[in-house]
Design a protein around this ligand. Structure first.
Ligand SMILES: Cc1ncc(COP(=O)(O)O)c(C=O)c1O
Length: 416
């Protein structure tokens, strides 16, 4: 190791991360098959092999999103890249956007819409609860938005907003309907077309069992019409007939009209597709389709229920409305007089297990434990419950000895 001018050492060591079981709200351990796919050699941007992979990825994600939408593709970047691309491409400055907020990621949708220059209206609900359809309809009638932007599963609170009925509402009132399914896709029932959605964006690092860095997304014909109505092709690509739309999309990188032309038959150059991330995203979807979408949701339901039973079996309390809890994450109330960060620290150093902290009003009050993607497995659930019991005992918490693993075992037995 040699010192740098600022005093930090330049490491000569290769990356060799410690073994961890990631049982937080995501990221989780990537499926080894996804990591293997990501170690494949690169091909050129317009190699027929690459364009075939792009087309296959589109088809796979149509299956995952349960949609017939032609424009189903990857946005390069983490999940919020997908959110930002959808909002900046659909919403022009001054357009009205309605955001129902019931957790941290509703605030993110609001913030992104504000940065785009939209007139943003919000309705807010206490964290851990969700909106009724009537509440959302009343807000639509009052604010007459161009876009309803709502998070499906909000990992910050562990609950999912029911989306049934909202598509019909949006159709009735002439509103575009967007949802962020980063935390829920693959582990909870979801169907783009049946729900009447115009735009949906996701990420890989939760129930899809991949690393963060690619945002699968899908757009209805109606959304595509709005986006293409704002199309401006880069001068260096379009040549002399370059036109600048009056309502040009206020981002180049996230200009979906240009991204559609890159993924479509024209193959008009935009960014250089992140090949390695595409390999990973394709493998995530391939694995999900191979397992069967319903089977994957059932797997998340089973292991999520086992974790919940185990947490209750230890004598711990759970936060949030359980009637609308996502399958893949549970918020555990930190017992009185227990130092939540110290418990998380010991789980990590002594057992190699990571569980999540929390944000905003829940900070210091709950841990978030995930059972998702590659880690929605019996051994991961039982190991986490056993370790949690031991660490809590050391911290003097009155846990039921063997209660966590026992309750989860019982649930698995009953499910056989
Ligand atoms: C519901 C939801 N939306 C958006 C994000 C942001 O994702 P990213 O960190 O991949 O940009 C997250 C991350 O946890 C999330 O749970």
């Amino acid at each position: 190791m040699s010192p740098t001018p600022r005093g930090a050492a330049i490491s000569s060591q290769p990356i060799n991360p410690p073994p961890r079981l990631l049982m937080g709200p995501g990221p989780i351990n990537a499926d080894p098959r996804v990591l293997r796919a990501m170690s494949a050699q690169l091909v050129g941007q317009y190699d027929p092999a690459m364009t075939a992979y792009m087309n296959e990825t589109m088809a796979l994600y149509r299956a995952v999103f349960r949609t017939a939408n032609e424009q189903t593709l990857l946005i390069d970047g983490t999940s919020r890249a997908g959110i930002e691309a959808a909002i900046v491409s659909l919403v022009a400055p001054g357009d009205r956007v309605l955001v129902p907020i019931f957790g941290r990621f509703g605030h993110l949708l609001r913030e992104i819409a504000e940065r785009v220059g939209a007139e943003v209206h919000v309705i807010e609900r206490e964290w851990g609860t969700v909106f009724t359809e009537a509440e959302i309809e009343a807000a639509i009638v009052e604010t007459r938005p161009k876009l309803l932007a709502v998070v499906h599963g909000d990992t910050s609170t562990t609950v999912a907003q029911p989306l049934e009925g909202l598509g019909e509402l949006c159709e009735k009132h002439g509103v575009l309907f967007y949802t962020d399914v980063t935390a829920s896709l693959g582990g909870n029932a979801f169907a783009t077309d049946a729900l009447g959605l115009d735009a949906v964006t996701a990420g890989l690092q939760k129930c899809l069992g991949g690393p963060s860095g690619s945002a699968p997304a899908t757009f209805s014909a109606k959304a595509v019409e709005v986006i293409n109505g704002r199309k401006s092709i880069e001068a260096g690509i379009a040549g002399s007939d370059a036109e600048i739309a009056h309502t040009r999309i206020r981002s180049n990188y996230f200009d979906l009209a240009m991204i559609f032309d890159y993924w479509g038959e024209k193959r008009l150059n935009h960014h250089t597709e992140a090949t390695t991330m595409l390999y990973g995203a394709r493998e995530c979807a391939r694995l999900l389709v191979e397992e069967g979408l319903d089977a994957a949701v059932e797997r998340h339901r089973l292991h999520g229920a086992a974790m919940l039973a185990g947490v209750h079996g230890l004598g711990l309390q759970v936060f949030g409305d359980l009637a609308v809890k996502m399958n893949n994450v549970v918020a555990v109330v930190i017992p009185d007089a227990v130092n939540g960060d110290a418990v998380r620290g010991e789980l990590l150093t002594d057992f190699g297990i990571e569980i999540g902290t929390s944000f905003g009003p829940l900070h210091g009050k709950v841990w978030r434990i995930g059972t998702m993607g590659y880690n929605a497995r019996t051994d991961a659930v039982l190991t986490t419950l056993a370790a949690l019991e031991q660490v809590l005992r050391r911290h003097g918490a009155p846990v039921v000895g063997g209660g966590g693993v026992g309750a989860a075992y019982d649930l698995y037995e009953d499910a056989k």
